[in-house]
Design a protein around this ligand. Structure first.
Ligand code: ADP
Ligand code: ASP
Ligand code: MG
Length: 411
């Protein structure tokens, strides 16, 4: 019999009825003789609601108090799910992150898991109990409550599966697997039977929020068998695999990811001398602002235009830093655009196929979509475009790379 760690996301526990449905599912696994450790998110919308309450009181609350606040959402769902299980005659116990204990560093709101104590979980499993653990939260060495970043319950699930050497970590959500792109944007998106960790990591990093990036990293590092499934309907879901498929048969592009949360900043007319990039980006990183794509072009007049993207939330802070830096460097001007989006095509098949980027650019040109920035790696090509063209771009790339429903060869 197997040990499964099953993570149920916000929509899957979004109401009492949904929690009852999860309890039915879990008790079904128990009836089949499997051991189950459940990780739950807060009810959908709850974490946002809590953040809203905090902002009503203070613009920038301390990260420590934010963690105390937002971790409460998951404490509600673990208790309710245990009640629903107990009602069904399934012995179950709920645990918060600090009770387990899931030890993290002290980086409040984005803590990293360092260690998980498995002893008492093993005793519960041996005693025939289902364990229900609050996702997204942990505790630091001083006993402070920490959280793992938005979407962090996925990481709790994978980390527990790694610590307990579970047979599979199952991420139950509101879609029945990982799709070629977000099925909410492209109706003809296809569920993938399998996707490699490497591709999934790119997809998650480039904006596909179906799995938290850290969860994929963790699963890849500790070789945790990982599957994304629907909590609403039965089916095989999508398996995240280590080995690459026979790439000859595989489509060149596995998926299309996109991200609306970016903004672009340009320093125009910077003198083209050594050290400029460091003098521009140094102060940005000292403000803890992460930079994504960077492009620098040198003009004939020996000046350079330096452009980069940041998360849209960081746009005002980054612009303020740049105004100061530009004055110090004798640059001509700082311009910015908060209404951009990034679209990326991802696939390990790119390694063995030429012309993928130009096919992407052709498809965008055919729709008259202007490319503002380009960034590539071995298995992805990303472009920055005006946000208003995002959906058109994703749909046209989905067709251009033959990913639409009717085009996909049966898996
Ligand atoms: P949960 O609350 O269960 O953690 P999320 O909202 O975090 O669920 O993730 C599921 C959502 O991810 C889906 O509803 C879907 O809109 C979105 N999504 C984005 N890209 C993809 C993709 N490539 N495949 C499947 N879902 C995707
Ligand atoms: N409740 C948290 C969030 O909304 C964690 C999660 O759902 O994974 O981000
Ligand atoms: Mg999620």
């Amino acid at each position: 019999m197997a040990l499964y760690v099953q993570k149920y996301g916000g929509t899957s526990v979004g109401s009492v009825e949904r929690i009852e449905a999860v309890a039915d599912k879990v008790s079904g696994f128990r009836c089949d003789g499997h051991d189950v450790v459940v990780v739950v998110s807060a009810m959908s919308g709850e974490t946002n609601r809590l953040i809203g309450l905090a902002k009503d009181i203070q613009d920038t609350p301390t990260p420590r108090e934010m963690d105390v606040l937002v971790s409460t959402g998951e404490q509600v769902t673990i208790a309710l799910l245990c009640m629903a299980l107990n009602k069904r005659g399934v012995p179950a116990r709920s645990y918060t992150g600090s009770q387990v204990k899931i030890l993290t560093d002290s980086a409040h709101t984005k803590a990293r898991i360092q260690d998980i104590e498995v002893q008492s979980m093993r005793s519960d499993l041996d005693a025939g109990r289902v364990i229900v653990v609050a996702g997204f939260q942990g505790v630091d060495a001083e006993g402070n409550i920490t959280t793992l970043g938005r979407g962090g319950s996925d990481t709790t699930g994978v980390a527990l599966a790694a610590a307990l050497k579970a047979d599979e970590c199952q991420i139950y959500t509101d879609v029945d697997g990982v799709y070629t792109t977000d099925p909410r944007v492209v109706e003809g998106a296809q569920r993938l039977e399998k996707i490699t960790f490497e591709e999934m990591l790119e997809m998650a990093s480039l904006g596909s929020k179906v799995l938290q990036i850290r969860a994929v990293e963790f699963a890849g590092k500790y070789k945790v068998p990982l599957r994304v499934l629907s909590s609403f309907k039965d089916g095989p879901g999508t398996l995240i695999t280590i080995e690459e498929e026979d790439t000859v048969e595989k489509p060149v592009i596995s998926g299309i990811a996109f991200n609306r949360d970016e903004a672009k900043l340009t320093v125009l007319g910077v003198p083209d001398v050594p050290g400029v990039a460091s003098r521009i980006l140094g102060p940005i990183s000292r403000e803890n602002i992460e930079v994504d794509i960077i492009v620098q072009n040198v003009a004939a007049d020996k000046t350079t235009d330096f452009t980069f993207t940041v998360h849209r939330n960081d746009y005002p802070a980054a612009e303020a830093v740049l105004q100061k830096v530009a004055a110090e460097l004798g640059a001509r001007e700082v311009v910015g655009d908060g209404k951009i989006a990034k679209v990326s095509i991802v696939g390990v098949g790119m390694r063995s196929h030429a012309g993928v980027a130009s096919k992407m650019f052709d498809a965008l040109a055919a729709e008259n979509i202007n490319i503002q920035m380009i960034s590539t790696s071995e298995i992805k090509v990303s472009v920055v475009i005006a946000e208003k063209y995002l959906e058109l771009a994703v749909r046209s790339l989905h067709s251009a790379f033959d990913l639409d429903a009717a085009d996909v060869v049966s898996e």
